[in-house]
Design a protein around this ligand. Structure first.
Ligand code: NAD
Length: 335
């Protein structure tokens, strides 16, 4: 199959492209190499993908419609996986404009191009953040999710509803994933695991928000990639609708799917797992909840299970161990 993936210099896009290439698929990666975090890390991921003869990389920004369109049309993919975005909850308080440009204009460009080529399946990266402050427990796709607490979440919700309208109008089969705190090797330096491990190695304090009372449904990267690949072959349609739990729209082939295992872990327990793995105690700095933080995330994996027969299962011990081993090995190349 031919996959066009945006965001391949990023954490999730890199892993997805690498797995698809290992499985014998053709991949074109598109990424703007933005300076949100270490370019050395993005370049190291690019170098990993460049080893595959069936990979081609195009550097460009999503907002530049002409270069995006040229890259997609020259390849004519079976599937588009749109992962490039301005990510990060906290940064959206500092620079909302970046979210408008990348996540609204950029995603709209993807929708337009997907409709023009009549792509077989359009897959989009949304987030658990769209559930806002007080969703039911666990978070289910069919529940209301339209009270975002940050501009990041708002931009992803806007992408979901724009995509819904395009699926309805132009019949582009579209899946919007809602990812739940993804972690693992080659992960993002702005996320807790990376920051905590780095700080502990440097004998710095780790900053624990919400006085440690928050919990997160952590998803190990390999599990997430398996789910994305499983779902890429299940474009939403009436024939694979899952009664009762599917958001599959009555007016178009659009669905949202939680990608999370449904096993939230408290932040303090998370820190203890890191301490055990590293054989070192962290110096904790307890801080209040930050603006826009949600107290917990908790995926219902029922729809994912019904569609693919499996859900994220990797234990936190195993996943944190894989991250720490990767970080120790690659630290000098990426910091
Ligand atoms: P990432 O920041 O590592 O990767 C995103 C990539 O997109 C980067 O390489 C960046 O250079 C590129 N990019 C950003 N803006 C661009 C633009 N305007 N044009 C072209 N390229 C651009 O993030 P990630 O963790 O790999 O996340 C992938 C997707 O999943 C994002 O859409 C993110 O919002 C979503 N998501 C991630 C998580 C998580 O836990 N990692 C959770 C929820 C949702």
């Amino acid at each position: 199959m031919r996959y066009f993936i945006t965001g391949t210099a990023g954490f999730i896009g890199f892993h997805l492209a690498r797995k698809l290439l290992q499985d014998g698929h053709e991949v074109v990666g598109f990424d703007g190499m933005t300076a949100y975090y270490s370019l050395r890390l993005k370049e190291a991921r690019n170098a990993g993908l460049a080893q595959f003869p069936s990979f081609r990389f195009v550097q460009g920004m999503l907002e530049d419609r002409a270069s995006l369109e040229k890259a997609v049309k020259a390849f004519n993919p079976d599937v588009i996986v749109h992962l490039a975005a301005q990510a990060g909850v906290r940064y959206s308080l500092e620079n909302p404009r970046a979210y408008l440009d990348s996540n609204l204009i950029g995603s709209w460009n993807i929708l337009e191009i997907a409709r023009e080529i009549g792509v077989g399946h359009l897959m989009l990266a949304s987030t658990s953040s769209v559930y806002g402050a007080n969703p039911g427990i666990p978070f289910r796709e069919i529940d209301k999710a339209d009270e975002p607490l940050t501009f990041y979440a708002a931009s992803k919700k806007a992408m979901e509803v724009m995509a819904h309208s395009y699926a309805h109008l132009y019949k582009v089969p579209t899946t919007a994933f809602r990812f739940f705190t993804v972690y693992g090797p080659w992960g993002r330096p702005d996320m807790a695991l990376f920051k905590f491990v780095k700080a502990m190695l440097d004998d710095q304090e780790i900053e624990i928000y919400g006085e440690g009372k928050m919990s997160r449904d952590f998803t190990y990267i390999d599990d997430l990639i398996d789910s994305i690949i499983d779902l890429s072959g299940i474009a939403p349609s009436e024939s694979n609708r899952v009664a009762d739990i599917d958001t599959l729209s009555a007016v178009g082939p659009f669905r949202t799917v939680n990608l999370g295992g449904g096993q939230p872990v408290g932040l303090l327990e998370f820190v203890e797992v890191i301490e055990k793995t590293m054989g070192k105690r962290a110096r904790r700095k307890m801080l209040p909840m930050q603006k826009g933080d949600v107290p917990r995330t908790f995926a219902s994996p029922s729809l994912l299970l019904a569609l693919t027969g499996r859900k994220p299962e990797t234990g936190l011990d195993e996943g944190v161990d894989a991250f720490v081993r990767w970080y120790m090995e690659h630290r000098s190349e990426i910091d």
